[in-house]
Structures are given as C-alpha cells and as structure tokens.
Design a protein around this ligand. Structure first.
Ligand code: HEC
Length: 122
C-alpha cells in the first residue's frame, strides 16, 4: 500500500507544472487587455527586452499608476494600482514566457534571392 502511495506521489510530481503565463491569461484573454498588446506598448516605451523585463517585473511586484505604461484612458478605466501583485519569481517567470512568446526576432525569415546573378534590374 505504501508503495502505491509513493508511486502516486512521484507520478504527481512528474506532471508538467502549469505554465507561468497561464495564471495571467484568465484575465488577459477576457476582462483585461490582451498581453500581446501590452507587450507592444512596453516595447514602444522600453525598446529592449532587458528593459521590458525590468519594467514589467517592477510593475507586477508593486503595481502603481506611475509605473503603468498604459494610455491615460485605460489607466482611468482599469486602475493599474489594483493589478494583482505577484512575487518576484512568479513575475520573472511569467514575463520571461511572455517575452519568448512575443519576441519578433526569431520569427524574421530573410528570403533567399533567386537568380541573383541573372537579374540586371538590381
Ligand atoms: C485579475 C485579473 C488579472 C490578472 C490575473 C493579471 N492581470 Fe495583468 N492586467 C489586468 C488589467 C485589468 C490590466 C489593465 C490595467 C493596468 O494597466 O494595470 C492589466 C495590465 C497588465 C500590464 C500592463 C500594466 C501597466 O499598466 O503598464 C501588464 C504588464 C500585465 N497586466 C501583466 C500581467 C501578467 C504577466 C500577469 C500574470 C503573472 C497578469 N497581468 C495577471 C488584469 C489582470
């Protein structure tokens, strides 16, 4: 019997952990702005992934109107200071997953030029 319980417990441990972003999408796919829009807004402000990471984690661990990157109208509607607070490690993991999901660089494909030597126009 003990062995069965042990095996069950080990089995549970091996189940894939919930993805960090899963706890965000409940709101962010229904009542809150989609995270891809939020990401683009931060990209406009912060330009680099490192700064986006720092800014978002900073916001998520201690949300405030001053740290918000949302437009005024949205701030008035949603009250950024009431955003759920996350621990630094949860915030880090969720933001990391968001950056990996939204980053455009890996998606850029440079097409090979065909007949490059034959073309006279360019
Ligand atoms: C209870 C619902 C809820 C949950 C859960 C939630 N959010 Fe939000 N989030 C919102 C709302 C509403 C806004 C828009 C208001 C605002 O800007 O804070 C928002 C805004 C944001 C913003 C922009 C903040 C700003 O104002 O600059 C970021 C970044 C963000 N969420 C990330 C996350 C991440 C990452 C998670 C999961 C770890 C998460 N949110 C979980 C409701 C939620």
């Amino acid at each position: 019997m003990g062995r069965v319980i042990l095996i069950l417990l080990l089995g549970l441990q091996c189940l894939p952990a919930q993805k960090p972003l899963a706890r965000c999408t409940d709101c962010h796919s229904t009542s809150a702005p989609p995270l891809s829009l939020v990401y683009r807004r931060y990209l406009m402000f912060d330009s680099s992934k490192e700064r986006i990471r720092k800014h978002m984690v900073d916001f998520l661990t201690a949300p405030s109107k001053e740290k918000s990157a949302m437009p005024e109208g949205m701030k008035n509607r949603f009250n950024p200071q009431k955003h759920p607070v996350f621990s630094p490690s949860d915030a880090q993991r969720a933001v990391q997953e968001l950056i990996e999901q939204e980053d455009l660089i890996p998606r850029i494909v440079v097409p090979k030029r065909r007949n490059a030597s034959k073309s006279k126009e360019d």
